[in-house]
Design a protein around this ligand. Structure first.
Ligand SMILES: CC(C)(COP(=O)(O)OP(=O)(O)OC[C@H]1O[C@@H](n2cnc3c(N)ncnc32)[C@H](O)[C@@H]1OP(=O)(O)O)[C@@H](O)C(=O)NCCC(=O)NCCS
Length: 413
């Protein structure tokens, strides 16, 4: 069965994390992704190395199912290769710092002239307009500027970054959505368009509910927060409060290690069963917890009670107890828990791979499951592993033509 994006070829100039996560997803959806690298390669190949002289996990985990071609865009012969590939691709993707492609002489207008059907995807820290347009950005810069850090952590502590890479991988997801929409539009019009995604915008999008609360601040207290909200002008950090219509928090379990917690949502529908289990009729009838409004007001006492009750169980045991009552909950899973989890294994979400220079390693699997798009994850390419192969296969160049370009400096410094 052909994959969803079979027939779509991508000229992938992305580097580091934000762009490569997007092009890796496009590859897993079936596109032919040609990773177009400078002679020194994507910088992440050599960053945070755990095996000497082998591509780092930072690189391998974000660049699976791609072919790698090395082209020096600072040479005329390299630019010629770029133009020929542009004519033969459906999508070009990049996440360079501001102005890099323009300095090579390839603005969107020029690229669109060369191939009017090509769709171009760009990630920038702050987009191409506005006072921040000229600034570079990394993950935590985007988390800082998109509203995530100011709303993450505890009220009496400093702002915190989240472990989930919402600035980079989150932005990559936004780019994939934009590219798929632009490809669909091209099916109707035959015309490519420019898709721009800014990391700051993407983080703001993911912080949407924090802006809901920002506007609610002026309307009176927000009792679902476990801290007072009166008199504030910005959405506060609220620890592990649920942030939704139902009360939720992380509850400590035995034996009390750093991840021996379970997140429990005391959903309206489950309170009676939970109260019955923890404290019998007396708790079910306790007026302090009779309605969600009362439970919000008295949530400190309620969470103390739940913590006391949970302390007799491990997080897995407590999960089983709560699942019996249909209480939405989730043990706090460490990376070790996840790497060994049966559910994760069965869903192909932690996949064993091999690599010629690093041996066995694992990648997180494809999170989007299409019924006709079975994904076989293949290791990331070595630097320039497919240069000749791509030039022959995509451009139809013979060995003599490739050699002439090699001599002219197209593929090296
Ligand atoms: C991530 C980022 C901060 C890295 O900054 P950087 O390492 O200075 O890299 P830049 O993208 O600014 O520049 C890339 C350089 O490689 C060069 N280069 C890229 N591809 C090349 C090629 N095929 N041949 C020759 N040179 C190449 C560019 O010319 C540029 O050099 P220059 O500064 O001399 O023009 C920056 O790319 C950025 O802000 N990107 C947008 C936001 C983003 O995606 N951030 C998240 C990354 S996870």
């Amino acid at each position: 069965m052909e994959k969803a994006l079979a027939g779509i070829r991508i000229l992938d100039m992305t580097h580091v994390q934000a762009g490569p996560t997007a092009s890796q997803l496009m590859a897993w959806l079936g596109a032919d992704v040609i990773k177009f690298e400078p002679p020194a390669g994507d910088a992440t190949r050599g960053q945070l190395r755990d095996v000497p002289n082998a591509d780092s996990l930072y690189f391998t985990m974000l660049n699976c199912n791609k072919r790698s071609i090395v082209v020096n865009m600072k040479s005329d012969a390299g630019k010629e290769v770029f133009v020929e590939l542009l004519k033969n691709c459906d999508v070009i993707m990049e996440n360079f710092g501001p102005g890099v492609l323009d300095r090579f002489g390839f603005t969107w207008d020029k690229i669109h002239d060369i191939n009017p059907a090509i769709v171009m995807g760009s990630i920038k820290g702050f987009g191409s307009s506005g006072p921040y347009a000229e600034f570079k950005a990394y993950e935590n810069v985007a988390q800082a500027m998109g509203g995530s850090m100011s709303t993450t952590g505890f009220d009496d502590g400093p702002p915190l970054v989240t472990g989930a890479q919402i600035g980079d991988s989150g932005t990559g997801l936004h780019l994939v959505i934009g590219l798929l929409a632009a490809l669909q539009a091209r099916n109707r019009t035959g015309r490519g368009q420019y898709v721009e995604v800014a990391m700051m915008d993407s983080v703001m999008n993911l912080c949407r509910v924090k802006f809901r609360d920002h506007q609610r601040l002026t309307r009176g207290p927000m009792p679902e927060y476990s801290i007072p909200t009166e008199g504030r002008h910005a959405t506060p950090r609220s620890g592990n409060d649920s942030g939704g219509g139902q009360l939720g928090n992380a509850v400590k379990c035995k034996p009390g290690g750093p991840n021996d917690y379970i997140y429990v949502v005391v959903q309206e529908a489950v309170w009676n069963a939970l109260a019955q289990h923890m404290g019998g009729d007396a708790l079910v009838q306790d007026p302090r917890f009779a309605t969600i409004g009362e439970r919000r007001k008295n949530q400190g006492v309620m969470w103390d009670m739940l913590n006391k009750f949970a302390s007799q169980f491990t997080k897995r045991e407590f999960m089983a107890v709560l699942n019996e009552m249909d209480v939405p909950c989730g043990p706090i899973m460490s990376t070790e828990d996840l790497a060994n989890d049966e559910h994760v294994k069965l869903r192909d979400m932690y996949v064993e791979l091999d690599h010629p220079t690093r041996g066995t390693w694992y990648n997180v699997g494809m999170p989007i499951k299409l019924s006709d798009n079975h994904v076989k994850i293949e290791r990331s390419p070595l630097l320039g592993e497919h240069t000749d192969n791509v030039l022959g296969d995509v451009l139809g160049w013979d060995a003599a033509k490739i050699e002439a370009h090699r001599s002219a400096g197209a593929f090296s410094k």
